[in-house]
Design a protein around this ligand. Structure first.
Ligand SMILES: Cc1cc2nc3c(=O)[nH]c(=O)nc-3n(C[C@H](O)[C@H](O)[C@H](O)COP(=O)(O)OP(=O)(O)OC[C@H]3O[C@@H](n4cnc5c(N)ncnc54)[C@H](O)[C@@H]3O)c2cc1C
Length: 416
């Protein structure tokens, strides 16, 4: 059997390693347009903030591909997949044949359609090459603007302020992380940003990047202001990297639709990670949500199924984990109940800024947000993922007596 995998990041590596375990004799070829050894994207903002080093980003050793018996085609863009011929076409003109293909090509940053994007000083942050380019530019900059207050934008703003830069952060809505945070958590987050000296501009977005002599000097905003800046980092969401599938039936605009085996419309092609449109764990609806652990879990399922193992993916539980200087937030599942019988439980310790918010619906925990004290997040997400009725738990998560240790005192319902 010959397996080909496009992508050498979270989903691609998990897929390759799982496929190898299930099919020790298979030929496994990994293709990436990046020439680096596999590295951690979540650590890129920590690299920017000087909290880690370039060497510590790398997830695998230089001997990795040889040790696992993988053929690696690095620095090699894929231009086209031909499902009929069972071939992957490369930019250098080669065609690589496959019996089964795993597409783990991730996503690319979206960019707004505004003038001035060609100016020196305009950045996105997705690849190690972006971080390295930004690093060189920052040596000459004192004032930076981050456009977009989602998780990556917030982490980037934190990292830049950590290294002493004056940071402006633009949020399109009334608060940062507007899709995933309730008002109380958002207020705690905004207070943390203020303590960090980050200037948050709400209801703000750029209409043009302004420059002089080919370099960025300011950002024109929707309200008519001109915000002086020496660099702009756009972090306004991502789009699946599926351009090489043009002309096939495999992908839609929000990603590659997959079934519970991570299989696509073609029985010999599987897909995993940020490029797919999986199902939501709780609602069962398609949900594009881009996080590292989900890419790994999907990659493992897809990798096993390359080898015909028939493994199933339960669905994605959307969650965000944000660790900013002086503020930790974990949130996952539903922000609000879906039915009128639902209930939201909130507990705020105003002195410490600790906050717990639990969302219940149809007798089950369906969402949780923890600010400040996040130690027990894992147990809440287990309860959400396993859909265990609260009345079957030894103690109610709303009770002051609740402690994860009480759950472990006797086996969870359904546990072997
Ligand atoms: C700055 C930053 C911080 C983040 N922080 C977090 C975090 O704290 N927690 C979290 O859970 N997630 C975080 N994420 C998201 C996380 O990194 C992604 O969900 C994860 O990387 C997805 O993995 P993937 O394997 O699907 O795709 P990717 O990591 O995007 O990898 C895709 C791979 O495919 C290759 N590829 C794509 N197209 C082609 C082509 N045409 N030809 C050849 N090769 C191709 C790429 O080179 C790459 O190897 C962060 C992301 C960024 C950018």
């Amino acid at each position: 059997m010959r397996f080909v995998i496009i992508g050498t990041s979270a989903a691609g590596l998990a897929g390759a390693e799982t496929a190898r375990r299930f099919a020790p004799q298979a030929t496994i070829t990994l293709i990436s347009d990046e020439s680096h050894l596999p590295y951690s994207r979540p650590l890129l903002t920590y690299l920017l903030g000087g909290e880690t080093t370039r060497e510590k980003l790398f997830l695998r050793s230089p001997e990795y591909f040889r040790d696992w018996g993988f053929e690696a085609l690095l620095g090699t863009p894929v231009t086209r997949v031909d499902p009929q011929a069972h071939e992957v076409h490369l930019a250098d003109g080669r065609a690589i044949p496959y019996d089964r293909l795993l597409i783990a090509s991730g996503a690319n940053p979206r960019m707004p359609r505004i003038p001035g994007l060609e100016l020196e000083g305009v950045f996105t942050l997705r690849h190690l090459a972006d971080a390295e380019r930004l690093e060189r530019h920052l040596a000459k900059a004192r004032r930076v603007t981050v456009v977009g207050a989602g998780a990556v934008g917030l982490k980037a703003a934190d990292a830049l302020s950590h290294r002493g830069l004056k940071v402006d952060l633009l949020a399109r809505g009334a608060q940062p992380l507007s899709k995933v945070l309730d008002p109380v958590s958002a207020r705690l987050l905004m207070e943390a940003l203020q303590r960090l000296g980050i200037t948050l501009h709400l209801h703000s977005w750029p209409t043009a990047v302004v420059g002089a002599g080919g370099r960025v000097t300011a950002l024109a905003l929707n309200d008519g202001r001109e915000l002086p800046t020496e660099a702009v980092i756009f972090s306004v969401g991502v789009a699946p990297r599926v351009e090489f599938l043009a002309g096939t039936e495999l992908s839609g605009p929000d990603g590659i639709p997959v079934n519970e085996l991570m299989g696509t419309a073609d029985p010999d092609i599987f897909a995993a990670g940020d490029c797919v449109l999986p199902r939501h764990l709780i609602t069962g609806e398609p949900a594009a949500f881009h996080i590292w652990p989900a890419a790994v879990a999907q990659g493992e399922v897809a990798g096993a199924n390359l080898a015909g193992a028939g493994r199933r993916y339960d669905g994605i539980l959307p969650m965000n984990s944000l660790s900013l200087t002086g503020c930790r937030i974990i949130t996952g599942g539903h922000l609000q109940p879906n039915t009128p019988e639902g209930e939201v439980f909130e507990e705020l310790d105003a002195k410490t800024g600790r906050f717990k918010r639990l969302v219940f619906d149809q007798g089950r925990l369906v969402g949780a947000t923890l600010v400040g004290e996040v130690r027990h997040a894992g147990i809440y997400f287990q309860l959400i993922a396993q859909k265990i009725p609260v009345k079957e738990l030894p103690c109610d998560p709303r009770s002051p007596e609740f402690h994860p240790g009480r759950l472990w005192a006797r086996p969870l319902p359904g546990a072997a």
